[in-house]
Ligand binder design. Structure first.
Ligand code: SF4
Length: 383
């Protein structure tokens, strides 16, 4: 029975789906954002460099064991699909860690994501020690990334960030969420637009790749214009390598739901959120970021591109959706939430359309008038 275990946290960015997940801190030191429930009720703690290094040793042992299994099953040391399936199906390899290392190796074993919410809170020397140990343990690693709060990053000197880069840290994912100060306060993000700008610029100056996350729909019906325009202004001053969007979905476990219940915050419709996304992109000026829509919750996943040259194309893709008749939009929204459509283009594929049409008819007969409710339920199921 395999007893090899190491600690992993609950989440990672979509772009780190095939990365090895290593937990450096537990939960989030802030934990007050009203749209976030990931670490609610969980206490923040820092793991020591020794603890994380022990986990790296465990990963190394698991890697050796998986390679040995590959030889034993006749795959000559290669990590193949049949081998991964054998490992995933074998109850002897009963830890999530064992399975995730197998998948990591299958996906080339080159990327690592450090969990949880704010690893730059560690002393720089401690994080450098972890990064160096990790790189030495696995020389094949090409990319190491982490989440960090802008507030924490803004307290690091550029030289410290450079030390982290030299030790192997390749990218920092920061939740900008919005660049509109009243909204940052309203959702209790605990950081100002100016601090976001300072933190972002520092990361850029250090040579570490920067990914900034924006939440579409966060302004609600009351602040959507300011949210879009002011967020674009902040991004224009940072010029991050990546701008990643994710669409707001509010669960009962999030504090923001109380503001919805008392009528203070009004959620936007899908079309309004897409119009907001359009306004945001329209106002992105003078930057060379790559705009990415890699979250399953985003309605228009195809709205992606490199700025500035990709801007017109992204706006056209948005208009293509906005100009659809209502029935087409409903068909697309449901198909997208069901995972049938990848883009508006898929509406022209009869086999996919018919599949969605059948479900629409079923909803119409079994739950008349409930299409919006079904769409919300589907969206909620993704978080
Ligand atoms: S800083 Fe990030 S992880 Fe922490 S509460 Fe806010 S959104 Fe959640």
């Amino acid at each position: 029975m395999t007893k090899l275990r190491f600690e992993q946290g609950p989440i990672r960015p979509p772009s780190e789906a095939y990365s090895l997940l290593l937990r450096v801190t537990r939960n989030c030191p802030w934990n007050r954002c009203e749209f976030c429930h990931t670490y609610k009720e969980e206490k923040f703690s820092i793991r020591t460099a020794e603890e994380v290094k022990q986990d790296i040793d465990v990963v190394r042992e698991i890697v050796s064991e998986i390679r040995a299994l590959s030889w034993k099953y006749g795959f000559g040391g290669e990590i193949t699909v049949p081998l991964v399936n054998l490992i995933l199906q074998d109850p002897k390899h009963d830890s999530d860690g064992f399975r995730s290392v197998a998948l990591w190796l299958y996906n080339d074993g080159k990327n690592v994501f450090l969990q949880d919410g704010d690893n730059l809170i560690l002393r720089t020397s401690e994080l450098v020690e972890i990064l160096k140990y990790l790189k030495e343990a696995f020389p094949s690693i090409e990319r190491i990334t982490t989440y960090a709060r802008a507030k924490t990053v803004s307290r690091k000197k550029v030289e410290e960030l450079q030390d982290l880069r030299l030790a192997g840290l390749s990218r920092i994912h920061i939740g900008l969420e919005t660049g509109y100060d009243p909204l940052l306060q309203y959702v209790k993000k605990g950081v100002t637009a100016q601090e976001h700008i300072e933190a972002g610029r520092r990361v850029k100056e250090s040579g570490i790749s920067l990914s900034e996350y924006v939440i579409l729909g966060l302004g609600g019906k009351g602040m959507w214009r300011e949210h879009a325009v002011e967020t674009a202004k902040v991004l224009n001053q940072i010029n991050p390598d990546f701008i990643r969007v994710r669409t707001l979905v509010v669960l009962k476990t999030m504090l923001l739901s109380q503001k919805i219940e008392n009528g203070e915050f009004i959620l936007m419709s899908d079309d309004e959120i897409i119009a907001e996304e359009r306004l945001l992109i329209e106002h992105l000026e003078g930057i060379t970021s790559t705009f990415v829509s890699d979250h399953i919750l985003n309605l228009l996943q195809e709205v992606e591109g490199k700025l500035p040259e990709g801007k017109e194309k992204m706006l056209k893709l948005i208009d293509r959706y906005l100009w659809l008749p209502k029935e087409e939009k409903d068909n697309f929204r449901l198909g997208r939430r069901m995972g049938v459509y990848q883009s508006v283009e898929d509406l022209s594929k009869p086999e996919l359309r018919n599949q969605v049409e059948r479900v629409l008819q079923q909803i119409g007969s079994e739950r008349p008038g409930a299409i919006e409710k079904v769409l919300s339920e589907l969206a909620e199921s993704f978080i």
